[in-house]
Design a protein around this ligand. Sequence first.
Ligand code: GDP
Ligand code: GDP
Length: 435
Amino acid sequence: MSNIVAIVGRPNVGKSTLFNRLLERREAIVDSTAGVTRDRHYGKSDWAGVDFTVIDTGGYDVGTEDVFEQEIRKQVQLAVDEATSIIFMVNVEEGLTDTDQEIYELLRKANKPLYLVVNKVDSSKEELPATEFYQLGVEKYYTLSSATGSGTGELLDDVVNDFPTTEYKDPFEGLPKITIAGRPNVGKSTMTNALLDVERNIVTDIAGTTRDSIQTLYNKFGHEFVLVDTAGMRRKSKVNEDLEFYSVMRSIRSIEYSDVVILMVDATLGWESQDMNIFGLAQKNRKGIVIVVNKWDLVEKETNTMRDFEAAIKHKIGQFTDIPILFVSALTKQRILKAVEMAMEVYEARSKKIKTSKLNEVMLPVFEALPPPAIKGKFVKIKYCVQLPTPSPQFVFFCNLPQYVKEPYKRFAENQLRKHFGFTGVPIEVYFRQK
Ligand code: GDP
Ligand code: GDP
């Protein structure tokens, strides 16, 4: 499954410099998808052919001095909850500090692969002072310069090499995996409990508990699905709980484990940047999405309230608007089963494979009727298309001059696919390639 590497450490040790360095290579190669907002704390990288996710836990606004310690604790806790491996970064310029010691004490208890990285060792003359950190007693010790990149290779070789190799055998292999994501207090737990309650007799098992996620199997009217949540999502704590950094971080793993994300939005607050970040996370990971506006019981309704709310959300989410939006109350259980059914529909759509013959039969006439605009007198001819055997829908259109097919036409192709084949709630990728 997906491996998550968290970079932890005091402010200014160089976490985000390393983070950006790890992401840079990858983003330059693959992640050039237009229109995807890049968030600063989360990204995909790879080393020696192994993919992993990196989180930069430094993404908070520390605020005043007295919240500082607590913030560091939370940051560390989060890393412990969500990560596979932890890079603990310290700074040779400042030497070993009390806070470093405290962080180390917390990390040590996590029992996860831990790498002590002494940063800002830009040249050999910092190697000696760096040895001060030996006294922490960390087994895996590295010196590097995030600024120049020297030393990162040795570190990554070991990090990747230590990833758990024993493939976890998923007891629910092949069943739809759904997660309820959203900011704190939006009603995720209430919804989960309501579903348990509604379906008391048909929750077959509360098994599949892995080191880092809890999966609950539901079985309803012949629909079987698995609700996924993680330690991080379940943990409640008081401090700055609504910092968007945390709700996003906490969603990462459960979203990666899932096929469909039920993104829960608070009707009394409307669509805010936290919602957008979680949405972006689901979209970037090509998961199915159902938006569920909760606490609808608290909203005073007039004729167009629902329609206006829906329009406001669609306006904010930009291009990918073919997403079901439902209005529910987890508290009164109004329409919560509907939300699950919708998630199942999205799951089906996401797994759908269109036969090549059918695809060509439908799409080629569409392209012929409205081909890409000619550039410099040259005409693009789309000759053939296939759907790739990927977990989420991806289509390749073969043509003579793929470099002339611009973003608006790709969008047109996507919309035509949606129109003819129905992919509501499902991110689609389209590629134009040389035949
Ligand atoms: P963060 O707060 O831990 O994320 O730290 P940053 O990545 O923002 O780095 C803090 C400062 O240290 C910045 O001015 C960086 O340019 C600098 N820095 C980061 N890595 C290195 C390094 O390897 N060598 C040197 N000399 N400076 C570095
Ligand atoms: P979580 O942090 O997302 O798991 O949110 P909770 O499920 O703990 O809910 C936070 C608060 O919102 C609790 O006080 C719930 O009773 C309340 N709440 C949740 N869903 C609804 C709803 O549909 N209507 C109303 N009125 N309150 C709700």
